[in-house]
Design a protein around this ligand. Structure first.
Ligand code: ATP
Length: 229
């Protein structure tokens, strides 16, 4: 079986402090995989390791059959991993349009598709990104990641801190992306939404993968034990 993303025995450090001890995770092409765990268990660190943002890690991270180890983050992005990081980082002094085209690459996703997905971005094309609401900024970051035409989209807490209305808009967009067979790794606090959407689940505890399986295997007991919900 060949995986789009394969993480084996991943260990990562912030300086001298070890954050990941044994993370294992696999994503097949077209799959939506959710990465779960309580706060501070290592979800963002896992994503940062994949995206070349950790200074030190050990273990294997293979993407499309090739090792990512040692590659700088811009190369990893060019190879087809689009990250929507925690905390909505837009280029605030650029317009919406400039944000979208800044890192665009050829492929199915062009400006037209992004504006279809998020009509509000089209209405605000010439506004500075800094003038957008939080929800609109999140749409912009997702749009910008899609404009790179990634083979894998990573969403780290994409609905965090947004109003219920905007949150449900973002979930609808993620559902549409799934229908288009985009491979997605998603971190989110809403287990309910993830259970409806994701094909496969991984749970981290203290920097280790402690459980994985499909949604029907993720029982209340497991959610209670590892997630406290
Ligand atoms: P959250 O949902 O709170 O973001 P998480 O599961 O994404 O949690 P991480 O942010 O990956 O967890 O954190 C994993 C561990 O690494 C935690 O113990 C955290 O304190 C530590 N850590 C995270 N960022 C840093 C940093 N920049 N420097 C040092 N330690 C860090």
């Amino acid at each position: 079986m060949s995986f789009l993303l394969e993480i084996k025995s991943l260990k990562s450090w912030y300086g001298a402090s070890q954050a990941l001890f044994d993370v294992n995770l696999e994503i097949k092409k077209g799959e939506v995989v959710a990465l779960l765990g309580r706060n501070g268990m290592g979800k963002t660190t896992t994503v940062n390791s994949v995206c070349g943002l950790m200074h030190r890690y050990e273990g294997d991270i293979n993407f499309g059959g090739f090792p990512l180890s040692g590659q700088p983050s811009f190369k990893i992005a060019q190879n087809g991993i689009g990250l929507v990081p925690e905390g909505r980082r837009v280029f605030s002094n650029l317009t919406v349009l400039e944000n979208l085209i800044a890192t665009a690459r050829d492929g199915d996703w062009s400006l037209k598709e992004i504006y279809n997905l998020f009509p509000r971005l089209e209405e605000r094309s010439y506004q500075l990104a800094s003038s957008l609401s939080g929800g609109e900024q999140q749409m912009l970051v997702i749009g910008r990641a899609l404009m790179t035409n990634p083979k894998l989209l990573i969403l780290d807490e994409a609905t965090e801190g947004l109003s219920p209305t905007v949150r449900s808009e973002i979930w609808k967009v993620i559902e549409k992306l799934k229908l288009k067979n985009i491979s997605i790794l998603i971190i989110d606090k809403s287990l309910k939404q993830l259970l409806e959407l994701a094909d496969n689940f991984y749970i981290l505890e203290k920097g280790k993968t402690v459980w994985n399986g499909a949604s029907k295997k993720l029982t209340n007991e497991i959610a209670q034990k590892f997630l406290g919900v």
